[in-house]
Design a protein around this ligand. Structure first.
Ligand code: HBI
Ligand code: FE
Length: 296
């Protein structure tokens, strides 16, 4: 690939060094993708799809096929936007990479999903610390075809714009909600536990670990519990939260969050690996093999 992503600066946050990019919207430079780029997409796509049958939620797999995504080549945003626009009114926009939170929330609030235009290098095939095209396009975009999830994502964006105006603690509560649902959420299907979180479906190791490891907790979805729960961005999750339907997510975003933020400000945050007496525990993790320090 000729062009390189325009990284603006490395933002030093409590989650460590997070690259923040220019916030402009850019056309997908589809003709600039190299053979390596398409091969990386093909390898990741084929490997994850093979892993995810029986692990990912039915909605995710059905939506990904309905979008016409294949391993053959990197999908064109224009092609995806025709199908997606028809289904739920969402549009993909090309971006340089991770955006400042308010920019990101504002896009979601307007049914625009930012997709990083570049894909990882072959040597990063198993792990990359920031969202690339594969994470966004393969992981986040399919469920935007689902009307209820699409509504949740827009409601989340509107909530994010509001939380940004309230202050950093409200923002942190809301970022945890995104982390434990959109990125690392599990859903209970009649035929078993399944993955819907984008951070999991785009990760080979965590697609297996999240369902099969005894190390981690699996706890029933509880909005305020999630908003209090810390997380790390560089290890598998110590706790996964489980919804019983996407309707449960959209119902959770109906109330005004302002009084919830005020209540939570009086309560301590919860370490990522803890289990509380009030938790609906589907699985109590053994804690073996967790990273032990530095919970954010
Ligand atoms: N920017 N492009 C992009 N993609 C994301 O998923 C993203 C982001 N900025 C902030 C962010 N996610 C998270 O902090 C959300 O919790 C807001
Ligand atoms: Fe993501």
């Amino acid at each position: 690939m000729s062009a390189q992503p325009r990284r603006v600066e490395n933002l030093h946050t409590d989650k460590g060094k997070v690259p923040v990019y220019a916030t402009g919207i850019i056309e997908q430079p589809w003709d600039d993708y190299s053979a390596d780029d398409h091969a990386t997409w093909a390898q990741l796509y084929a490997r994850q799809r093979e892993l995810l049958v029986g692990r990912a939620s039915d909605e995710f797999l059905i939506a990904q096929d309905a979008m016409g995504m294949t391993p053959d080549r990197i999908p064109k945003f224009d092609d995806i936007n025709r199908v997606l626009g028809e289904a739920t009114g969402w549009t993909l926009i090309g971006v340089e990479g991770l955006l400042p939170e308010l920019d990101f929330f504002d896009h979601l609030a307007n049914r625009r999903f930012p997709v990083t235009w570049w894909i990882r290098k072959p040597e990063q095939i198993d792990y990359i610390e920031e969202p690339d095209l594969f994470h966004d396009l393969f992981g986040h975009v399919p469920l935007l075809m689902n009307p209820v999830f699409a509504e949740y994502m827009q409601a989340y964006g509107k909530g994010g714009v509001k939380a940004h105006g309230i202050g950093p603690e409200a923002l942190q509560n809301l970022t945890r909600l995104y982390w434990y649902t959109v990125e690392f959420g599990l859903i209970q299907q009649p035929d078993g536990l399944r993955i819907y979180g984008s951070g999991i479906v785009s990760s080979k190791g965590e697609s297996i670990y999240c369902l099969e490891s005894d190390a981690s907790n699996r706890i029933g979805f509880d909005l305020e519990r999630i908003m209090r729960t810390r997380y790390r961005i560089d290890t598998y999750q110590k706790t996964y939260f489980v919804i019983d339907s996407f309707e449960q997510l959209i119902r959770a975003t109906e109330p005004d969050f302002t009084p919830i933020y005020a209540r939570l400000a009086q309560q301590p945050s919860i370490p990522a690996g803890d289990v509380l007496p009030g938790d609906v525990v589907l699985n109590r993790g053994t804690g073996e093999g967790w990273a032990t320090d530095g919970d954010v």
